[in-house]
Design a protein around this ligand. Sequence first.
Ligand code: SAM
Ligand code: DTB
Ligand code: SF4
Length: 319
Amino acid sequence: MPSLRHDWSIPEIEAIYVEPLTSLVFHAASVHREHHAPNQVQGCMLLSIKTGGCPEDCGYCPQAARYHTDVEHQPLMSVEDTLTSARAAKEQGATRFCMGAAWRDVPKDGRFDQVLDMVRGVRSLGMEACCTLGMLNGDQAAALADAGLSAYNHNLDTSPEFYGEIITTRTYQERLNTLAHVRGAGITVCSGGIIGMGESRAQRYGLLRELSNLNPHPESVPVNMLVPVEGTPLGNRPAEDPLELVRMIATARILMPKSMVRLSAGRVSLSDEAQALCFLAGANSVFLGDRLLTTPNPEADTDRALFAKLGVTLQASHV
Ligand code: SAM
Ligand code: DTB
Ligand code: SF4
């Protein structure tokens, strides 16, 4: 089996991304089958534990305080309510519970202790626990690792060149620093990006190069399709072509063969056929539940019917 590579170049990435679609999907599916059970998908469930009011200016995000969206601000949820939600997630077949907070960075007060309690609680239910809390330092990463955190989500979102068009309140390097702290604490890394923000294909290759040149590769790579939200600067973006999503997923699968590639935001706007192509192209994880953080995701019944139709089974817990 070829060893994993961390030196993919832009021309190599481009050559993969632009293969004729059926060749690309066949290539990705072949790589997928060498490393993963082809018809098994990991189910993750998201919960927004602190919603809205974020000081950052991420152009896609309904939770940025400066944009006027319908999102209602909510302070940090209680540990009890969070665990009630985690139990429901487990019932629906999720093996990973992911807690998201609209923070620029992890707060240095009692709220962090509360998050640590949530992490311990989720782990005690026998689920993987993931958090996405914004930037963090080495000590905070170590505390999360101590509490048993399985993964930390922190997306690079796009290429270094395009980043400044979407976010100006922090730098790409700060994103990379947080990922290094997470890795340094021994927590697995979940990092990916978004397509459909007006980036060029070349800028997608740039994101894929950054992700695939991390050593080790992120254990999970969420590929989001922009959910345009009214009131945000990207609220009027036209819908992205689902076949670009398929190319992005297939290329990520080929560059990072062992990683979980997550078909993330945007599933509500995809047909069953488009989702089937994404799974064929190597996506092997999804978010379950009718809500992502603040925007809709397919209903449980809709997903059950889709998985039954495709013969996809949800991965059993290995915790
Ligand atoms: N505040 C933390 C941060 O930025 O890392 C954690 C939460 S933030 C909402 C998590 C990720 O959600 C972002 O990095 C972005 O990739 C994704 N996201 C946010 N809004 C989105 C949208 N409208 N469409 C697609 N993905 C989105
Ligand atoms: C990721 O890459 N996608 C998820 C999760 N990581 C945190 C979030 C998607 C958010 C979509 C917009 C919303 O629901 O607010
Ligand atoms: Fe804040 Fe995260 Fe939204 Fe950016 S993506 S505005 S950091 S919640």
